[in-house]
Design a protein around this ligand. Structure first.
Ligand code: PLP
Length: 440
């Protein structure tokens, strides 16, 4: 007889909402036993709780609709641009932001309607612009003057008028890792407000016959837990709109950035709170200056897919360095999960086959790559590990596989979507033939 499932107590907030410990003591996601999934598909394996992606997309959509400000929820596909996820998110009515020709192709292949695609990027190539115009994308978020010129050249050649937003750097500093802060003055993204650069961009866009300026865009940073930066940015932007005149500026896109919990001590704001703070900040700032309130668009990425995904790794070598520490090496690492190395990101692993076992030991959890810096978790508190154990890394759904590489010739992992006890392989594991396919 099956015992009733035990709810994971400590790590529930960092694992997908459907995570449970089943009667075998195994971690279960979307009703699927993680140990069985790893046995069937191999490791490293990425498992998504499909319902969690859908629920987060709906939470943002419904919260924005409830504010009555109009606007769109635009999923930032850089967080994870797998086709199954994009299709699921688009089915909930969200738009999709793409930051390259590759992400544009991913969105179109997933069946995202082109008019719901927003094209980003700080250095869009002429061929990427051409691909976007050929597809008939809804919005291009313009980053610089070269791009205004190139877009105008290509649109006039096609006799097409393109809706655009201008990306502005508001000069506000978000509280997050410096590598994912983007709203500060010293940024490669957008037109700076300093010395009239953003003012000149609005004039340029308004004079350009084949571009229809629909509004402005800011993105302040990623993994934000504190939302105070949004009212500050809205205030800066409303002042700017008052200076350039609100004519045609019907959209204020406030970007993405809502953080998630990577460790159980963190409590991120909910999608509803994020939407209320962001939309409320725009309404207040525009109203205070007597400006017509624009539609408010947001671009969440991490907060839609981050908690939904986990990585599963197999433990290989365990090495005690006497008097120093114990290393436990897994069969992946920086090639499939770069955030610890890039952003000093901290994760909270557990042993999937003994999911309710007490953590009694400390390990430096490392990958298999030829880098000292290939450290997944500097000080992982885990049950005593044995070779062959399956380690689950929660909250890897965003900026995990989307940043994966073939470093050391490592094939990229397979991806499975789990829901209602059924697992669907959505991306097969790379083979060595895939890895070497481009060699001539
Ligand atoms: C322009 C833009 N919008 C949205 C996002 C998504 O951010 P997040 O995943 O933190 O929500 C990013 C991330 O870098 C971005 O650059």
């Amino acid at each position: 007889m099956l015992a009733s499932p035990v709810v994971l107590s400590d790590l529930q907030s960092v694992l997908p909402p459907s995570a449970r410990v089943n009667a075998r003591g195994h971690l279960e996601i979307g009703g699927c036993d993680a140990v069985d999934l790893a046995a069937e598909h191999g490791t490293p394996l990425v498992v998504y709780d499909a319902a969690s992606i859908r629920d987060q997309a709906r939470a943002f959509r419904d919260a924005l609709a409830a504010t009555g400000v109009g606007g769109e929820v635009v999923y930032a596909s850089k967080a994870y641009f797998g086709r199954a996820a994009l299709a699921l998110i688009a089915a909930e009515g969200l738009a999709v932001d793409v930051a390259s020709g590759g992400e544009l192709a991913a969105a179109l292949r997933a069946g995202v309607p082109a008019e719901r695609v927003h094209v980003h990027g700080n250095n869009k190539g002429p061929e990427e612009i051409a691909a976007a115009l050929d597809a008939g994308v809804g919005t291009v978020v313009v980053d610089n003057h070269h791009e205004l010129d190139e877009l105008e050249r290509q649109c006039s050649g096609r006799g097409h008028t393109q809706d655009i937003l201008l990306r502005i750097t508001p000069g506000v500093q978000a509280e997050t890792h410096h590598r994912i802060a983007t709203g500060q003055v010293d940024s490669k993204f957008g037109f700076p407000l300093a010395q009239g650069a953003a003012h000149a961009a609005v004039r340029h866009a308004r004079e350009t016959p084949h571009l229809r300026l629909r509004g402005l865009h800011v993105h302040l940073g990623s993994q934000l837990m504190d939302l105070d930066v949004f009212p500050a940015a809205a205030d800066v932007m409303a002042r700017f709109v008052a200076e350039v005149g609100p004519d045609g500026l019907d959209v204020m896109d406030m970007g993405g950035g809502l953080g998630i919990a990577y460790t159980p001590d963190r409590r991120p704001p909910s999608p509803g709170t994020f939407v209320d703070v962001v939309a409320g900040a725009v309404v207040d700032a525009w109203t205070a200056r007597g400006l017509p309130v624009p539609r408010v668009t947001i671009e969440p990425g991490r907060a839609i897919v981050g908690r939904a995904g986990v990585h599963l790794y197999r433990v290989g070598a365990i090495k005690d360095v006497p008097g120093v520490r114990t290393y436990a090496a897994v069969d992946g690492g920086m090639s499939d999960l770069l955030r610890p190395m890039l952003y000093d990101a901290v994760y909270s692993p557990l042993v999937a086959g003994r999911a309710d076992a007490e953590a009694t030991a400390h390990y430096r959890l490392v990958g298999k790559h030829c880098e000292t810096g290939d450290v997944l978790v500097d000080d992982a508190h885990l049950p005593q590990l044995e070779r062959g154990d399956l380690v689950c890394m929660p909250a890897t759904g965003a900026y995990g596989v989307s940043m994966a590489s073939n470093y050391n010739g490592q094939p990229r992992p397979a991806v499975v979507f789990a829901e209602d006890g059924r697992a669907r392989l959505v991306t097969r594991r790379e083979t060595l033939d895939d890895v070497f396919a481009r060699e001539l």
